[in-house]
Design a protein around this ligand. Structure first.
Ligand code: IVH
Length: 724
């Protein structure tokens, strides 16, 4: 079940053709060297189906680019993405003049978010051409030898780190700027976030390597990768799961998402690592190193993290052996890599080879094939979520896969099943996305049982038997019955979860039994349970009943923001719940909230607030059922912690105190502020709304200034407390 938490929201759409292509395991190269069919003579009209498919691919790829580069939340695996891109490039090569409604997909994606100042790179940050077979690597070597007019070439081979590319500018040895790749020409200026990591030296060390002083360029753009280890990935995901937040799908997303946070203080709490391997701008040019080994030594001498044990190889055969070694060691590395990079080592040679519009001609990335396994599809089960979304789940013949047994995988929706033409009894190929998530990527048609039939998506809800419907333009089937037992159970489970009301002992089975046997229909029904009713429910004994009642009772005192989160309102995760609870400080305020207040309160960092989030939320809050539930929870006194009061001069404020205040002890000032309606925290974070600074303030003051949090002194605090 654990792996399920990491399932992507949307799986790729495949034509049967793409699925078959994938089955051949080796994806066609998308590189300039990949060789495409010759264009057809002019005047040849593309059939409508081709135009439509190109249009569809362009839209899909643009959407995935946005998810990957800008939001750092990809929905599909790299291999799936590469397959879409390969299909598009193949069709475009075949029909070069095609015009579709969707604009053509640029060769390089754009990671800029709009939240950071833009930084223009001195030398553009381009991509690497990819190879997946020995033949392709040999072809690269042939082109290199031909261009250089000799056979003896030294290659430098390094792992290809799977994180986010970064460019670090040093001027006269001083660190001045860190930027993302952006569109290759201009990136997001993430200097503050990189500084917060504390891993880039402010000044390059003036050092000695090999007995010689290492030169310091006037200006250099050092190129490298920011990445997260598996350990950090697991640590943060465990915390996110308990917080009720969506876990990161893989370490790459963690690294990319972190570097795009708008609060350096939050970045500082995560261990993102850096490796440096190249340069962009280099002034003066003639100060450049002779080869990549020399540069590697300089980087280390300057005090920058470098690739461990890279290898200098004579000729492509040695390089291929080094690539294989990296592949073999991949499983033991503490961080993710997705390939190896083979680079011409001598800078002079690289200059001769130069660049194409998208990538260097002196380097190539060997991409590892993602691990795959074949198994049989035993059945398709359905889960009904708290929103009513019905998710099909593939039930697989258990298969040992990368050290874990895989027996289920998400199928996401009906379109996905139809695209794969998935049938019960099929032999399917399972791939681990980002090394974590099992996903079905194809069907082996040759092994399909003769009597198999296309899978018919059910028309009725598997839980309540009500009709399923699809909203226009959405691929997901919904059960619209708010009393559907499985929906109710999932809703109550969420309400009781540790990040919400934290009612212990309400696991899925118990909740299902309460819905089935104790007439529980909504969260507020929990507060009406008594021992007698509980004892009548299967699996609940005296002790469990007593513990459950005690925990339910204790939850009445939960903080308001937990209640807001527990309501499971559309688009409101743990983080937004905090903002919403501050914007609408009690039940009355939530019942009366309007669009303006929502936008002002919720547009709090992260990805901004779309009109559809506001619309969905207001629609939910306008529903009679929701209003009824809010009133009943209010009347049951649920959420009565001090912060709920919503009154007092500091209502809704999240306050941090730093330094000592003249007239109060720390305990006194905390008690006073809480009584005035404030939530008091120890550390300035994105949710902090006010900092009280006394004498000898600590680092919280700096953080508050950096984050733009208002700062007041003791006298001002006294004035505010006396306001009422
Ligand atoms: S060399 C084009 N070496 O891969 C500039 N890149 O697809 C030459 N990457 O954005 C890059 N590990 O951030 C190079 N050992 C390595 C790498 C590496 C990861 C990333 C890099 C670049 C992307 C290109």
């Amino acid at each position: 079940m654990f792996a399920f938490r990491f399932l992507p929201r949307r799986l790729p759409r495949f034509t049967p053709l793409t699925a078959l292509l994938l089955l051949t395991v080796v994806l066609p190269a998308t590189t300039a060297f990949g060789g495409s069919p010759p264009p057809l003579p002019a005047g040849h009209e593309a059939p409508p189906a081709v135009v439509e498919r190109i249009d569809e691919l362009r839209r899909e790829i643009a959407r995935h680019d946005d998810l990957y580069f800008r939001l750092a939340e990809p929905e599909i695996t790299d291999a799936e993405y590469d397959a879409l891109k390969a299909e598009l490039r193949r069709l475009e090569a075949e029909w070069p003049d095609i015009v579709t409604d969707a604009p053509p997909v640029p060769e390089i994606g754009d990671d800029r978010t709009g939240f950071f100042p833009t930084h223009r790179h001195i030398a553009p940050m381009l991509s690497l051409d990819k190879v997946t077979t020995e033949e392709e690597l040999e072809a690269f070597d042939r082109r290199v030898r031909q261009a250089l007019g000799r056979d003896a070439i030294n290659y430098w081979v390094e792992p290809k780190f799977d994180g986010i590319a970064v460019s670090l500018t040093f001027e006269n040895g001083r660190f001045t700027r860190a930027a993302t790749r952006g569109n290759g020409e201009e990136g997001d200026d993430i200097t503050a976030n990189v500084r917060a990591l504390g891993i880039v030296p402010e000044v390059l060390r003036r050092a000695v390597a090999d007995g010689r002083a290492v030169p310091g360029p006037d200006l250099i753009e050092i190129r490298g990768e920011l990445f997260a280890s598996y350990e950090e990935f697991e640590r943060l995901n465990a915390a996110r799961v308990t917080e009720g937040e969506r876990p990161f799908a893989n370490p790459r997303n963690l690294a990319a998402g972190t570097m795009k946070l708008r609060e350096p203080a939050e970045v500082a709490e995560r261990r993102i690592e850096l490796v440096c391997f190249g340069w962009g701008g280099f002034v003066p040019e003639d100060g450049r190193p002779a080869d990549l080994r020399g540069f590697h030594e300089w980087l280390a001498a300057w005090g920058l993290p470098v690739v461990e044990e890279p290898e200098m190889m004579r000729g492509i055969e040695e390089a291929m052996a080094a690539v294989r070694r990296i592949g073999d060691e991949r499983g033991e590395l503490p961080f993710p890599i997705d390939g190896a990079v083979v680079k011409v080592a001598a800078v002079e040679d690289a200059d001769v080879l130069g660049w194409s519009t998208t990538a260097p001609r002196w380097a190539v990335a060997w991409k590892f094939a993602p691990p795959r396994a074949a198994t049989r599809l035993r059945g398709i089960a359905f889960q009904v979520g708290r929103t009513g979304a019905v998710t099909p789940v593939a039930e697989l013949e258990p298969v040992e896969f990368e050290g874990a047994t895989v027996e289920r995988s998400s199928l996401h929706n009906a379109d996905e099943i139809a695209r794969l033409d998935l049938r019960i009894g099929d032999t399917v190929l399972v791939e681990k996305a980002g090394d974590i998530i099992p996903v079905i990527v194809g069907v082996d048609r040759a092994q399909r049982p003769e009597d198999s039939e296309p899978f018919a998506f059910p028309a009725l809800c598997p839980s309540c038997g009500g009709p399923l419907h699809r909203q226009p333009g959405r691929a997901v089937h919904f059960c619209g019955n708010r009393e559907c037992p499985e929906r109710v159970a999932r809703t109550i489970e969420h309400f009781a979860s540790s990040a919400a009301l934290n009612i212990r002992g309400l696991g899925p089975r118990t909740v299902e039994a309460l819905v089935r046997e104790a007439g529980v229909r909504s969260a507020v029904d929990l507060y009406r349970l008594d021992a007698e009713t509980l004892l009548g429910v299967s699996g609940i004994g005296e002790r469990t009943a007593a513990n459950l009642l005690a925990s339910i009772e204790a939850s009445r005192g939960a903080r308001w923001e937990r209640v807001v989160y527990g309501l499971g309102l559309p688009g409101i995760g743990a983080r937004r719940a905090r903002s919403l609870a501050a914007a609408a400080v009690d039940y009355e305020a939530l019942l009366d909230v309007d669009a303006e207040r929502l936008v002002a309160g919720l547009d709090d960092g992260g990805a901004g607030l779309s009109a559809s989030v506001v619309g969905d939320l207001l629609a939910e809050l306008a529903l009679p059922e929701t209003r009824q539930l809010l009133k009943e929870l209010r009347d049951a006194g649920v959420g009565s912690a001090p912060e709920l009061s919503g009154t007092g001069p500091l209502a809704g404020e999240v306050v941090v105190v730093t330094g000592s205040l003249p007239d109060w002890t720390r305990a006194e000032v905390v008690a006073l502020m809480e009584a005035a309606g404030a939530g008091v925290r120890s550390r300035v974070t994105g949710e902090t709304t006010l900092l009280v600074a006394g004498e000898r303030p600590g680092s919280n003051l700096e953080r508050a200034r950096a984050l733009g949090v208002p700062v007041i002194d003791a006298a001002e605090l006294r004035r505010r407390l006396e306001e009422n």
